[in-house]
Write a protein that binds this ligand. Structure first.
Ligand code: 13P
Length: 252
């Protein structure tokens, strides 16, 4: 079994003004300054990234974005390029979150391009996959998620694939207070690893797979105890610095 370094990533979604982002950044640093055994990431709205760059660039907390466009530059009004994220000291970027797949109609083809472009430019993509409630109830979750992973990652070389982080986020568990049972989450995450092994056998054991969906400081330890789960992508519980720091400590 490869020795995978855990990740706890916060996804602020469409929350926090620049002042709120600064308050968070100033508050969390001392609370997690002794955390050296996992990677901590805060994925902020574009408008707060410059604040995190100022406050966190020199810290042990990594900065991430929640989306990017799949071109380097050009006439794409309203879009943000990977170069712009690098300029904001981002090292991670969430790609294909279910909220973007649903509300912004991002499809697997676009998501595969974004993953590839992020890697080309040296950003670590956190690729989100996950089924909705009717798929889960119809027994189709595992097949659907494995299909997403295949479509989103199949064009990558082993060297590229090795850097990808996958987040399994069942849509029905996001922001609902319902968490997948740790056994169900483990089953899907193991299935994701098997799918990656099918794309490139040698790297599957190295890839970090996260769980997301109503993760809290009270359930993180049980989630982390699963053999194929290497961390969490946290929405609501990442907004308060005290609570997020507690969650990070409970993940260790
Ligand atoms: P919650 O933790 O609020 O359920 O959100 C999960 C999520 O979508 C993280 O990307």
């Amino acid at each position: 079994m490869a020795n995978r370094r855990p990740i706890i990533a916060g996804n602020w979604k469409m929350y926090k003004t620049s002042q709120e982002a600064r308050d968070f950044a100033l508050s969390i640093q001392e609370k997690v300054e002794d955390v050296t055994d996992l990677d901590m990431v805060v994925c902020a709205p574009f408008t707060a990234l410059h604040i995190l760059k100022e406050e966190l660039e020199e810290s042990i907390i990594h900065i991430g974005a929640q989306n990017m466009y799949h071109e380097e530059a050009g006439a794409y009004t309203g879009e943000i390029s990977p170069m712009m994220l690098l300029d904001m000291a981002c090292t991670y970027v969430i790609i294909g979150h279910s909220e973007r797949r649903e509300h912004m109609k991002e499809n697997d083809e676009i998501i595969a391009k974004k993953v590839k472009m992020a890697l080309d430019k040296g950003l670590v993509p956190i690729l989100c996959v996950g089924e909705n409630l009717s798929m889960r109830e119809g027994g189709k979750a595992i097949g659907f998620v494995r299909g997403q992973v295949e479509k989103n990652l199949m064009d990558l070389t082993p060297t590229e694939l090795r850097k990808v982080v996958v987040a399994y986020e069942p849509i029905w568990a996001i922001g609902t207070g319902k968490t997948a049972s740790s056994q169900d989450a483990q089953e899907i995450c193991a299935g994701i690893r098997t799918t990656i092994a099918g794309i490139s056998g040698t790297v599957a054991q190295e890839i970090r797979i996260l769980y997301g969906g109503s993760v809290k400081s009270s359930n993180i330890a049980e989630i982390m105890a699963q053999p194929d789960i290497d961390g969490a992508l946290v929405g609501g519980a990442s907004l308060d610095p005290q609570g997020f720091a507690e969650l990070i400590h409970n993940a260790r």
